[in-house]
Design a protein around this ligand. Structure first.
Ligand code: PMT
Length: 232
């Protein structure tokens, strides 16, 4: 076993795609497999952290970490993350969270009806935004301020959108993937990432396994915040 720079640190990682139900058998989701989040969890565990994984729908089972919390919807993920926030040293939001959910969730299976059906959707809470706000304005102001790493799944102007998300959602580091690039983003065993801090590009991670990329992300976070508490 190698060095354990995350020993004694509590780390919360979200993984997978949320499920937003229409009725008992149908839902809206996305292509997240959970691989990126689980790789971050495996690496954090290998580096000595006490890891909590909050996971929604995935292709794989979560790794055997200290605590696994299964959720379905964005709202459930929000509740699970916010309840644990004060105890955490680091939070990583690798999950793909649905921005919208159906207004109506039917209790019984919907029946076939007219040729056209319009779904009405309503905004979900933005968990990363809530974490950033809590940290800077709410209960997190003061002693306990977890280091917060967000992700950004983009196509097109990756840098512009990622930096905008970093500033708006007030995270310490953001890992951006261009999900239109082959070998990057949803479902693959590999990723291509660019890490941004408030000052701009921190490091580019060329095509590599999600596990290797996860290891790099931890090294970079540790180099930037040795005690892994955010600096204001
Ligand atoms: O799971 P894999 O198949 O391995 O794929 C990995 C991945 C592509 C899912 C991952 O690398 C990734 O990019 N995850 C974030 C996906 C996403 O939702 O990105 P976004 O740009 O829509 O959101 C930006 C950030 O805000 C993310 O950290 C997201 O978790 C968070 N968010 C978004 C919406 C919301 N309602 N709440 C949030 O917390």
């Amino acid at each position: 076993a190698g060095p354990k720079p995350l020993a004694g640190k509590r780390v919360l990682i979200t993984a997978g795609g949320t499920i937003e139900r229409l009725d008992p058998v149908r839902y809206i989701t996305n292509d997240s497999s959970g691989k990126m989040g689980f790789a971050l969890a495996e690496e954090a565990r290998a580096l000595g952290a006490e890891v909590t994984v909050v996971w929604a729908r995935t292709e794989l089972a979560p790794p055997p970490v200290a605590e696994v919390v299964r959720v379905e919807s964005a709202q459930e993920m929000y509740d699970a993350v916010m309840a644990r926030l004060p105890a955490m040293d680091v939070v990583v939001k690798a999950a793909a969270v649905a921005d919208y959910r159906p207004v109506q969730r039917e209790k019984v299976k919907m029946k076939k009806g007219p040729d056209k059906l319009t779904l009405e959707l309503v905004r979900n809470p933005d968990i990363l935004q809530a974490i950033g706000d809590w940290k800077h304005e709410g209960g997190g102001a003061g002693a306990n301020k977890p280091y917060v790493i967000g992700f950004a799944a983009e196509t097109g102007d990756v840098e512009g959108y990622a930096l905008d998300k970093l500033r708006r959602k007030r995270c310490d580091l953001i890992a951006a993937n261009d999900v239109s690039e082959p070998g990057a983003g949803f479902g693959t065993d590999t990723n291509i990432l660019r890490l941004f801090g408030a000052e701009g590009l921190v490091e580019s991670l060329p095509l590599q396994s999600k596990r290797e990329a996860a290891g790099r992300i931890w090294r970079i976070a540790l180099a930037r915040a040795p005690g892994l508490r955010a600096v204001d």
